[in-house]
Ligand binder design. Sequence first.
Ligand code: NDP
Length: 292
Amino acid sequence: DKPTVTIIGLGSMGQALASAYLEAGHRTTVWNRTPAKADDLVARGATRAATVSDAVWASDLVVLCVLDYAAVDELLAPNADVLKDRVVVNLTNGRPDQARRTGEWATAQGAEYLDGGIMAIPSMIGTPEAFILYSGSRTAFERYEAALRVLAEPKFVGTDAGLAALNDLALLSGMYGTLAGARHATALVGPERAAEFTTSLLIPWLQAMANILAPSSAEREAGDREAGDLPSEESPLDMQAAGLANIIEASRSAGVGVDLLTHLLTPMRDIIAAGEGDVLTDLVEVIGKEIR
Ligand code: NDP
């Protein structure tokens, strides 16, 4: 028998999660602070819970997907008495410390706790590109892995409940940097060329650049480079500083903001001036230190 599932929180993401369970034939119970957001799901076969307590009681798996942990606390704290023997899967975005605190609290009420980070937008739920990071109770994860797979590829990242949030925030920081860079690129080529440029050039280029994060098989055999280390020696820093200055000038002429780039050029020039280093790796080190 398929596990029964409750979804608490029916914003754009919660709606997608509940739809996926309905389509996969799981008995699905829903609750949302603004009840009207459940209407469509109820018309398609979901059961409306009148209270959060009823929603928690109703199912084997209790999935929370609300705005933030303040909302999670508001919903769970008054319902501590119904959490015993429930499996709580919290897919709300948050920090590692918030996930750990909620996990400890829920476990103290007798629940099993899984924290999760959804690496997808709502329209990707149920598609092969989507994945969801989980951390916390390994036994709960293993017991419900098939049911979690309905939403997206499930990836368990550790029994420390904070690890899904940590990996989620790290991936999002990579995404924001990449997407901001991509936006700069399309602004520079201009609106008429942006669509064609994105399809034929920008996407293949970003994919190729993402691939340099993985060492080649020769480098792996030689033990030269770990995944995430950048290749050194190939791209001298003074060459890159000259190129970056050109991008900045061309952007200024095109009326495109340059803040994303000047924060790279300044430390780059400092390194060159100090004669401290000459490769991409050195620049990335400096930026890494500034970020810390
Ligand atoms: P929405 O803004 O669409 O929905 C927010 C939800 O939170 C609504 O159901 C809202 O209820 C509920 N909520 C907010 N505050 C409270 C509260 N104090 N008490 C009870 N319920 C509350 O956001 P999403 O559905 O898009 O996002 C939900 C979570 O999913 C977030 O943590 C987000 O980071 C994560 N996520 C979203 C992605 C996306 O692309 N949408 C991608 C990956 C993760 P009400 O309807 O009553 O306002």
